[in-house]
Design a protein around this ligand. Structure first.
Ligand code: CO8
Length: 310
């Protein structure tokens, strides 16, 4: 009898007889492969400006540049791009919550993201500025289109690129002290991380133009009133609220949620006739799943559904 322990797993008791010798050798190889994969994974996921915590199928991704109020520089955008690809491949993550880390005085509610990094942008040529914009576009589109639901938990300043990254998420929940603005025209530039497009789509063209032309700060209550955020809560309740919403979403059919997300995103820029046809096609796909059979059968049998597709 022999106990074999997988990385991060429970010890497994194995009875080693002659006939099981080969199996044991195979398991030993798996163990080594596990260690190699762990080392590679750690290497790939080594991040200077982001923290990732995964629990209960929720990934909390924290942008952490305390000295710059979490401003987005090239390194942070690249890390974001890498980690979102890693997360999208994980079946154990159904919702991503994006938030900002504390400032250098440990104030957890100072800033979500205070914009793109002005110190990096100040000497950009036109070509470098364009490249910087495209560098952000990739991870921002991942937030928008990845199969997991993305929630921005906005815990303070969401200015310029900070407002823009929040808008790239599916849902925004703001703490009551949060401040939103697109201050770019005051710096002689325009919103370049999708702000001219996503703000108009979220709050309408008139309000988007007003915010971008005046650079006005708006508080969380006003952001809620104009439809920029889905919910405003006391700052102490921000993460709990975001996690509760995440858990509720996770309790539904995760594959169906991801298909609904794709339908909403893809249809938004289509004419209504093609959009509805696209929806019918996706509806057909969801009807061929285990979850559809289980969900509807459970309803008819008056029991809770066990939805497992993702
Ligand atoms: N970039 C770089 N550093 C920043 C940024 C930023 N966006 N915001 C704050 N910081 C730094 C400050 O320089 C300061 O650093 P240090 O301590 O070394 O002096 C530190 O963070 C703390 O900031 P403050 O001392 O200014 O803190 P205050 O509490 O006095 O003020 C504010 C907080 C009001 C948030 C203030 O810091 C501020 O106005 N920040 C800039 C906000 C801004 O204008 N954001 C928009 C930037 S432009 C943008 O986002 C464009 C996106 C699209 C780019 C597209 C390119 C293609």
């Amino acid at each position: 009898m022999y106990t074999h322990c997988f990385p991060g797993g429970q010890p497994v008791t194995i009875i080693v007889t002659d006939s099981l010798f080969l199996i044991d050798k195979f398991l030993s190889k798996l163990y080594i492969i596990g260690i190699i994969k762990y080392i590679i994974f750690r290497r790939v996921l080594h991040m200077n400006n982001l923290k990732l915590d995964v629990a209960d199928q929720i990934a909390v991704l924290t942008i952490s540049r305390p000295g710059a109020l979490n401003a987005l520089n090239s390194e942070t955008l690249d890390e974001l791009n890498t980690v979102l690809s890693e997360i999208e491949a994980r079946d154990d993550v159904k919702v991503v919550i994006l938030t900002g880390g504390p400032d250098k005085k440990e104030n957890a509610f100072k800033s979500f993201v205070a914009g793109a990094d002005i110190a990096e942008m100040v000497n950009f040529s036109a070509a470098e500025a364009r490249a910087f914009g495209m560098r952000a576009a990739e991870p921002f589109f991942k937030l928008m289109n990845m199969r997991q639901v993305t929630i921005a938990a906005v815990n303070g300043f969401a200015l310029g690129g900070g407002c823009e990254i929040a808008m790239a998420c599916d849902i925004r929940i703001a703490s009551d002290n949060a401040t939103f603005a697109q201050p770019e025209t005051g710096l002689g530039i325009i919103p370049g991380f999708g702000g001219t497009q996503r703000l108009a789509r979220l709050v309408g063209m008139g309000r988007a133009k007003e915010l971008i032309f005046t650079c006005d700060n708006i508080d969380a209550a006003e952001a809620y009133r104009i439809g920029l955020v889905n919910k405003v809560v006391a700052k102490e309740e921000l993460m709990d609220t975001a996690k509760k919403m995440a858990s509720k979403i996770i309790s539904k059919g995760s594959y169906a949620v991801s298909i609904a997300k794709a339908a909403i995103n893809n249809g938004y820029d289509m004419d209504i006739k093609n959009a509805v046809e696209m929806e019918a096609n996706l509806f057909g796909i969801t009807c061929s799943t285990h979850d559809k059979t289980e969900g509807m059968t459970a309803f008819l049998e008056r029991r809770a559904a066990d939805l497992t597709d993702f």
